[in-house]
Design a protein around this ligand. Structure first.
Ligand code: NAP
Ligand code: FE
Length: 369
């Protein structure tokens, strides 16, 4: 039995949890930098709640609102310097995965003046990252409870994940009401991301007993609501939003404990070069992951189908449809170039029966040639 699990984030959940628990911000210092995207922190109401909480405890703040989707490593580096110049004692990230992941790297850069942008991946840093507080506004990445920060290198356009225990938040506030303003398309894509985290983890040979519990909780919560979203493109109920948000957190625990399989690194390519949002991009490869598992370990594949209570055709049809990647076309040369990135890809070890560069190439030809 494998009960390994490490998740040091203090989570505070429920409606109005920021306002009701502002006291926890007291002991962190006198100054903080708030990291946000362009508008989501304001639209969701989270920024107002955080500012009110900080003002109540006389914490001075500076807002850095320049984080874009698929945030640049170089932006995080620059923000880290700003946080240092401001003398920030801690960092608060508010938003979807992009601002939350940025807040983590900014906390590292702020504490380590000698770190150049790429050093964050390439070498150990000396000083402990500043404490990180996160307030999520999308139901997707589970960044609130993961040690992952995904950034894009502005020089190469490539996404790369940094995974380090110092990227765990000290506290994450989980209030689904902040997702009520998320547009339909983003809701679908982020839900697909959460489904991918739970599915990739559940189907992985490294899935522990604890991760399996979380996956079994997350998968139906997200799957059932995705079926609903597919049927109606109209207003999304609060009940659906709440379920998706908490489902994304359970899926985040799975991600945190098991990591991801090939849908994630393959999906990065669709985001980088074909502008497909992260969740849809990863979901484009879930059918293949399922069919591959069906061959390598039919029993596990059947267990997955029992969780969603649907035949495999439904799973593949719905994820393919919502991923909506049919317009992506690649040449053989492009596929060859992408496949060079998969040599020694550790995500292949997260697949039952293993996976290979050759299989990846065949898959890309089948889907995109
Ligand atoms: P996102 O990139 O943070 O946001 C997508 C869009 O939704 C943005 O336009 C954003 O606006 C908007 N938005 C967010 N919350 C909103 C709200 N409450 N109301 C209205 N609009 C809202 O999307 P995401 O899918 O959450 O994050 C994706 C990123 O996370 C990718 O870079 C991905 O690689 C990474 N990721 C990280 C992990 C992890 O474990 N750390 C896991 C999976 C993925 P603004 O631009 O104004 O913010
Ligand atoms: Fe993801």
């Amino acid at each position: 039995m494998n009960l390994d699990f490490y998740m040091p984030v203090k989570t505070i959940s429920g409606c109005d949890c920021v306002s009701s628990n502002s006291d926890v911000l007291c002991g962190l210092g006198k100054k903080c930098m708030i990291v946000t995207g362009t508008s989501s922190a304001k639209k969701s109401g989270a920024l107002d709640d955080v500012i009110a909480a900080l003002e109540k405890h006389s914490v001075e703040y500076k807002i850095f609102d320049e984080v874009k989707e698929n945030p640049y490593l170089q932006t995080c580096f620059a923000a880290g310097r700003e946080a240092r110049e401001f003398d920030a004692d801690f960092i608060i990230g508010i938003g979807g995965g992009s601002p939350l992941d940025s807040a983590k790297s900014i906390a590292v850069f702020a504490a380590n003046p000698d770190l150049k942008p790429h050093d964050i991946y390439d070498r150990e840093w000396e000083n402990q990252a500043l404490p990180i507080i996160l307030v999520g506004t999308t139901a997707g990445t589970g960044s609130e409870v993961s040690a992952v920060s995904v950034m894009t290198d502005a020089e190469t356009g490539r996404k790369k994940a940094l995974t380090d225990p110092q990227c765990f938040a000290q506290i994450s506030f989980l209030d689904p009401k902040y997702t009520y303003s998320v547009p339909y398309d983003v809701t679908v894509s982020t839900a697909l991301d959460a489904l991918a985290h739970a599915t990739e983890g559940f189907l992985s040979p490294k899935c522990t007993e604890i991760a399996e519990l979380f996956a079994r909780k997350a998968i139906p919560m997200i799957w059932n609501k995705l079926e609903l979203l597919e049927e109606s493109t109209g207003e999304i109920s609060k009940e659906t939003r709440n379920e998706l948000y908490y489902g994304s957190i359970f899926a985040g625990y799975v991600l945190c404990s098991v990591g991801t399989a090939f849908p994630h690194p393959f999906g990065y390519i669709l985001t980088e070069d074909f502008n497909i949002p992260h969740g849809r991009a990863c979901a484009a490869f879930l059918s293949e992951l399922f069919m591959h598992t069906m061959e390598a370990d039919p029993q596990r594949a059947v267990e997955f189908l029992e969780i969603i209570d649907r035949p495999y055709t439904n799973f593949c049809a719905l994820t393919d449809k919502l991923a909506d990647f049919k317009n992506v076309k690649m040449t053989e040369e492009q596929i060859e170039k992408y496949s060079a990135r998969w040599i020694n890809l550790k995500n292949f070890k997260n697949v039952r029966g293993g996976y290979s560069v050759e299989k990846g190439k065949e898959l890309f030809k089948k889907l995109f040639s």
